[in-house]
Design a protein around this ligand. Structure first.
Ligand SMILES: NC(=O)c1ccc[n+]([C@@H]2O[C@H](COP(=O)([O-])OP(=O)(O)OC[C@H]3O[C@@H](n4cnc5c(N)ncnc54)[C@H](O)[C@@H]3O)[C@@H](O)[C@H]2O)c1
Length: 438
């Protein structure tokens, strides 16, 4: 119904109205995020009056990405860039290339970036992007064309001071180099600060590639102290042996922990005495999978979840720990390297069983923390050495985790809810300070 200018609506829309562009009966990941916000609202005090801000993305751009395929035909792909919140600074978050990406998923991932960035207190809002494409079906030249056209299309809302993309699933340093180049060509000057996760020779940061795994390890060690777990004696199981899982496993093994089981897309391997992680990394670099590694036995994939261990690190995909396997997990602590690896039902089961979950929104925040360092270094064109970067990363992660642990104790809530309390309070406090324009 329309109203004459200046007259008030008699039927004001509900403040909780869901966006018309999502299916209210099948909200997808955005629905999970909304539940998490509802759980935290009672702890926000007077800032709760602003909470509706968090339930709507500030801006969602849907773009058509047409490219010439190598065979001369034209293909179209759907692309997104969502800026969930920019109260604390420019948007920041990765770009995912996957055939199943949806607007709901990108909205949720952008909101989790708002939470993550506020949790480690880096001066960013949250954003995320994606293209519905299976990059394995594209040639390198087609992949470059998709990346460049997408970057050009979202170029109207990204920029070093507006929104800074980064790698995510199926996007890497090369794709960041193409994004940086495309944006720079359109602007007429090189703008290294428009994306992070770039090659080191193109304004990337030392330590960025290892940063997420190092953050996983750092919060794991801190949490272990609180529950009286000796990391050097612990057994560790890792799902996903890529960037995040591989580095986290290496760092745990270096402290003396035994990495007893590893699962990736190719299979599951096990060795009670502990796998030789440096050798396994070499094997994966050569064979692209842990399967076939000498000096380990093979387990059926489903048995991975009931392996005897103290620390379980999901570092692959979303929804891996769910109501079918959460009851079988033997670990004392789950460290979420992946984004969204635990469903809300599984979260409740683990909490009832006294398994401590270190949630993604703090556990895998090491990546964005060093992305922040990369952005700062690009602005000043002054680059730091790796020891300095790692020392700053560890300091930020430890301080952030200590604050969240204290909030969890004070309110007797899970670490996930505690992280949301800390982050939402920071975001909404800045919202209140800034006020509403106009
Ligand atoms: N790379 C980062 O900086 C970063 C930062 C924050 C969060 N994350 C999240 O961490 C997760 C992993 O990212 P990554 O950068 O390590 O990716 P990656 O591509 O380097 O590694 C992914 C790993 O998952 C494994 N895998 C894929 N499908 C699987 C399956 N069905 N079962 C078991 N294992 C499977 C792959 O074999 C591979 O070992 C993602 O959820 C990502 O969003 C990554």
């Amino acid at each position: 119904m329309s109203h004459a200018p200046g007259t008030a609506s008699t039927a004001a829309p509900s403040p909780n109205a869901l966006p018309s562009y999502l299916d209210a009966n099948n909200l997808g990941p955005w629905g999970i995020y909304l539940q998490q916000v509802d759980r935290v609202t009672p702890y926000l005090g007077s800032l709760a009056r602003w909470v509706e801000t968090l339930k709507r993305p500030k801006r969602a751009l849907i773009v058509d990405v047409p490219i010439h395929l190598d065979d001369g035909t034209v293909a179209h792909f759907e692309g997104y860039r969502v800026q969930h919140n920019t109260s604390r600074g420019p948007g920041k978050g990765g770009v995912r290339f996957h055939q199943d990406v949806t607007l709901s998923e990108v909205m949720a991932l952008s909101a989790w970036m708002s939470i993550k960035n506020a949790a480690v207190n880096v001066p960013y809002g949250g954003a995320k992007g994606g293209i519905r494409v299976d990059p394995r079906r594209l040639s390198r030249a087609e992949l470059e064309r998709v990346t460049r056209r997408y970057t050009s299309e979202i170029g109207i809302i990204i920029g070093p001071n507006k929104d800074i993309p980064a790698p995510d699933v199926n996007t890497d340093e090369q794709i960041m180099a193409w994004m940086m180049d495309t944006y720079s060509m359109n602007q007429g000057s090189t703008a290294t600060g428009v994306v992070t996760g770039k090659p080191v020779d193109l304004g990337g940061s030392l330590g960025r590639r290892e940063a997420t795994g190092r953050g996983v390890f750092t919060v794991g060690v801190e949490a272990a102290k609180h529950i009286g777990l000796d990391v050097a004696q612990a057994r560790v199981a890792v799902q996903g042996f890529g960037n995040v899982g591989g580095i986290a496993a290496k760092l745990f093994a270096e402290t003396g922990a035994r990495v007893v089981a590893v699962q990736d897309h190719g299979g599951t391997i096990y060795r009670e005495a502990g796998l030789n992680v440096p050798e396994l990394l070499k094997h994966v670099a050569e064979h692209r999978t842990v399967a076939g590694f000498a000096g380990a036995e093979t387990l059926p994939n489903d048995q991975f979840w009931e392996v005897d261990c103290e620390i379980l690190i999901p570092a692959a995909l979303e929804g891996q720990i769910n109501k079918t396997n959460a009851g079988r997990i033997k670990a004392r602590m789950v460290i979420e390297g992946a984004n969204g690896p635990t469903t809300p039902e599984a979260d409740d089961i683990l909490q009832e069983r006294n398994v401590l979950v270190l949630p993604d929104v703090i556990a895998n925040a090491g990546g964005v923390t060093v992305s922040y360092f990369e952005w700062v270094q690009d602005f000043s064109s002054f680059f730091w050495d790796e020891d300095e970067i790692n020392a700053r990363l560890v300091r930020i992660m430890r301080a952030a985790f200590a604050g969240i642990w204290q909030v969890a104790q004070d309110h007797k809530v899970s670490l996930r809810t505690a992280t949301f309390i800390v982050a939402c309070t920071r975001i909404l406090h800045t919202r209140e300070l800034r006020g509403l324009y106009p």
